[in-house]
Structures are given as structure tokens and as C-alpha cells.
Design a protein around this ligand. Structure first.
Ligand SMILES: Cc1ncc(COP(=O)(O)O)c(C=O)c1O
Length: 451
């Protein structure tokens, strides 16, 4: 592949960044310690200002589902920019209406009407607002090992440690345990989830007062907290529980949506329709910020003659929606979702083979091109390598660097490697990534042996 190396003054970029840019989730000095200036990207690859290429084995933040610079999406953005860059949300615009119809056609059941946002956190914020308005209740059940975004509300809906520094935040959030068989807290659960965690939610409801609970919000397959694929009956059980108590079921498909797991939505594997589904990331592969909450007919009818107390200057931004239309069409034209299902099976098999070879790999799991590798000090004790939520991430940084040295980018947190390449990746490219992971895992093996 010929690299289009745009002339970038890397030194100036780094100096400006170190002085003027706040980087996400980072001690700023550390974020600027080993800078990499990306000067271009194409398909499954991006490259730095020296022309070194990297395979994007995590689709950036598991969002660039179509890979980089997909020509159809780039053309659609350009075309829309020529026509209408921006118009306020109280006017209709063609791109927003068309994308909303396309989403209604592809999402489960009678999900029908979309409130567009700029990303996933705002999608979840607005979903909760809608659930509270519809039910007239306040409490929300979420899970400990979850992430729903970084705004004040969304970070509180989240369970993981990114919320700690932001607490106390919004009120009324009650957290429950997750379907995580490898580290289940319930004694009667084995390697296969027996859904004690799900049944425990009914107990929690009885203590919280089910009539006080507006919503249960869950990632359909947990993302950055460790890739947990729930057992087949888990989501149907939540649906039943919500129906019994008049609670809104909200699926966060921000990470799992748009082919990531080998179907349009992860919910499609379970035949369950939520009352509200939130999305972002893959809706337009991250080319222009976009997210949204799509609601059922029942909720849509409710808001026909009731006020929706929510709004955003950029709700339904034409550039973002035009990119969304082109992205959805490209998934179909390129067979990207089928590729995710097919190569997802191959990826899981390859990672399981690495588990056989590397004693530091405790567990491998996933669905479609959405896989996780969990590292442990010892397979018997399952102690994390390094511990989840621990302060020392030296090993995680070493692994990331070893992979980057081999020209492969992998998103890592604590003892988890998140392997989620673009859905358009080829089998040869996939094997480039698998080989680099194989080599890098020897570092984890050595650390496990020394611990
Ligand atoms: C499941 C899930 N929900 C919500 C979010 C937040 O999305 P955003 O960063 O676009 O606000 C994320 C981000 O990673 C996510 O993984």
C-alpha cells in the first residue's frame, strides 16, 4: 500500500500538544512522554509522521468499524459539506431524517424514533431522562463492571473505577453484579453463567422498591470492563423483569452496535427488544461525532403530546448523519457484518490457541470481531496480571509498547487486551495482528513466572 505521507511538523505538533492539549483519561505528562503523531490512515492501517505503519487491531476506541478513510464515507461528508454543513435541530434536514429511517429499519422490533446526540455518553444521559419522564420514577439499575460515558450522569451510571474521582454525582443509581463467569461472585455459579446475578436483580428490586425504578441500563455485551457475553437467557430474563415491574429496559449498544459482534446489533443474538437502545461509535465509524437513543413506538407515542426536556445544538448534525447513511450502506455493500461474523470465529480460535501456548492467558472470550484476552499471574488463583483497578500499569504499558514496536495497535486496560479490528479487515491482516499478540504475550508469561 502506498502511504500518503502528509508533511507534518511532528516536533511542532508535540510541543503544541504538550503545552495546550488536555488528553483524555491521562496524567498529562505521561500522555506526552512517548508521543506518536498520526499523519494518515487507510483501511485497517494508520501511520506516523515517519511513515511507520500500524495495524489498527482495536479500531481505535472500538469505533472505526469500517476502518480508516472509507472512500464512500469521505465522499458523503464532502458532498454534504457542499450542500449544508449545519442547520439547527428544530429544522428538518434530509440527512437526519434518512438516517433515522435507516436506523428504525435495522434496529430490533419496533424501535422507531431517534434522538441524535454527539456521542455515547449523551445518548445514555438522554435515554435515562426519557425513561424517568415516561415512568415518573427516579432510580436506575446499572452494573458494576460497566462503562456508559464520561459526562456527570453517564459516569455515575457506569460502575467502573473511572467514576470514583467524579463522585458524588447524580443520585438514584443502584449497581448490581455482572454475568462474568470467569470471576463470578456467586457461589453456585461455575464456568457457565447460571444467572444467579440476574435473579439477584429481583432481590435488589424488592429492596429498592420496584415502583421507584425507572430503568435497567446494561451493555448487551460488556465492553471496556472485560467483554462478557451473557448466557442466552440473561437478556430475556431482564426483559421479563422489566415488563413485570413497568421498568424501561435500556440497551447500551454504543460499542457492540453496527456489526461489531457479527450481527447488526448484539441484541439480535438474543431476540430481545429494549425500550430504548443507545448507540454511537460504529454508526458512522467515528468519522464525525454522532450518537443517539432510539425509542420504541410506545415511548414515541408518549412524547407525541408530552414535552421532551432535552436538547443539543448539534442534534442530528447534517455532516455526522450523512456519514452515518454512507456507513450503513457501506456495511451492506462491503459485506462487513458477515466478515465480522466469519473472521470473528477465526479470531476467537486463534486467540484460544494462544491461550494453550501462553500460561499468562487466563481466559479468552468474545463474539464477532469483539474479543478479549484476560491475563493472570496464575491460572489456579486467577489473580490479575496486573490487578484490575490496580495502580501499577507498568506491564500493561510494556505490552502496548511491544505491540506498537511490532506495528500493531491494541487497546489495553489493566489485564485485558481488547482485540476488535475494523470489520473490513482481511484474513492476512488479522494474522499479522495475531502473530504480534503471540510475540508480545511472552512478556506477560515472563512477568507471570517472576511473580
Ligand atoms: C458501552 C459504552 N457506552 C458509552 C460510551 C461513551 O461513549 P462516548 O465516549 O462517545 O461518550 C462508551 C465509550 O467507550 C462505551 O463503550
Amino acid at each position: 500500500m502506498a502511504l500518503d505521507i502528509t508533511q507534518v511538523n511532528a516536533k511542532q505538533v508535540n510541543e503544541d500538544s504538550a503545552r495546550h492539549v488536555m488528553v483524555s483519561w491521562a496524567v498529562q505528562k505521561a500522555a506526552n512522554a512517548d508521543p506518536l503523531v498520526v499523519s494518515g490512515a487507510s483501511g485497517s492501517w494508520f501511520w506516523d509522521s515517519d511513515g511507520k505503519r500500524y495495524l489498527d487491531f482495536s479500531s481505535q476506541l472500538i469505533n472505526s468499524n469500517l476502518g480508516h478513510q472509507h472512500p464512500k464515507v469521505v465522499a458523503a461528508i464532502k458532498e454534504q459539506a457542499e450542500k449544508l454543513c449545519y442547520i439547527g435541530p428544530n429544522f428538518q434536514n434530509e440527512a437526519r431524517s434518512t438516517l433515522a429511517r435507516m436506523l428504525a429499519d435495522r434496529t430490533p422490533g419496533d424501535l422507531t424514533k431517534t434522538f441524535f446526540t454527539n456521542g455515547g455518553a449523551e445518548a445514555n444521559e438522554n435515554a435515562i431522562k426519557m425513561a424517568r419522564a415516561y415512568t415518573g420514577r427516579h432510580k436506575v439499575i446499572t452494573r458494576y463492571r460497566s462503562y456508559h460515558g464520561a459526562t456527570a450522569g453517564a459516569i455515575t451510571f457506569s460502575g467502573d473505577n473511572r467514576r470514583w474521582a467524579n463522585e458524588p454525582a447524580v443520585s438514584g443509581i443502584v449497581r448490581v453484579q455482572d454475568p462474568y463467569p470467569y470471576r463470578c461472585n456467586f457461589k453456585d455459579c461455575g464456568e457457565v453463567c447460571s444467572m444467579t446475578c440476574a435473579r439477584n436483580i429481583e432481590d435488589v428490586l424488592s429492596f429498592e422498591g420496584p415502583d421507584n425504578v425507572a430503568a435497567i441500563l446494561v451493555e448487551v455485551i460488556t465492553g471496556t470492563n472485560g467483554i462478557f457475553v451473557p448466557p442466552p437467557d440473561y437478556l430475556p430474563y431482564l426483559r421479563q423483569l422489566c415488563d413485570k415491574h413497568g421498568i424501561m429496559l435500556i440497551f447500551d449498544e454504543v460499542m457492540t452496535g453496527f456489526g461489531r459482534t457479527g450481527k447488526w446489533f448484539a441484541a439480535d443474538y438474543y431476540g430481545v427488544q429494549p425500550d430504548i437502545m443507545t448507540f454511537a461509535k460504529g454508526v458512522n465509524s467515528g468519522y464525525v461525532p454522532l450518537g443517539g437513543a432510539i425509542i420504541s413506538q410506545k415511548l414515541s407515542d408518549y412524547f407525541e403530546d408530552k414535552m421532551f426536556w432535552g436538547g443539543l445544538t448539534y442534534s442530528g448534525h447534517p455532516l455526522a448523519c450523512a456519514a452515518g447513511i454512507a456507513t450503513l450502506e457501506a456495511y451492506e455493500e462491503d459485506g462487513a457484518i458477515e466478515n465480522s461474523a466469519r473472521l470473528g470465529e477465526k479470531l476467537l480460535a486463534e486467540l484460544n490457541a494462544l491461550k494453550e501456548k501462553h500460561p499468562s492467558v487466563g481466559d479468552v472470550r468474545g463474539l464477532g470481531l469483539f474479543c478479549g484476552v484476560e491475563l493472570v499471574k496464575d491460572r489456579q488463583t486467577r489473580e490479575g496480571l496486573p490487578p484490575w483497578n490496580g495502580k501499577d500499569q507498568t506491564l500493561t504499558s510494556k505490552l502496548k509498547k511491544a505491540l506498537m514496536d511490532r506495528g500493531v495497535f491494541v487497546f489495553c486496560r489493566y489485564n485485558m487486551l481488547f482485540i476488535a479490528p475494523p470489520l473490513t479487515i482481511t484474513e492476512d491482516e488479522l494474522m499479522v495482528g495475531v502473530r504480534a499478540v503471540d510475540e508480545a504475550l511472552s512478556i506477560a508469561d515472563e512477568a507471570a513466572a517472576a511473580s
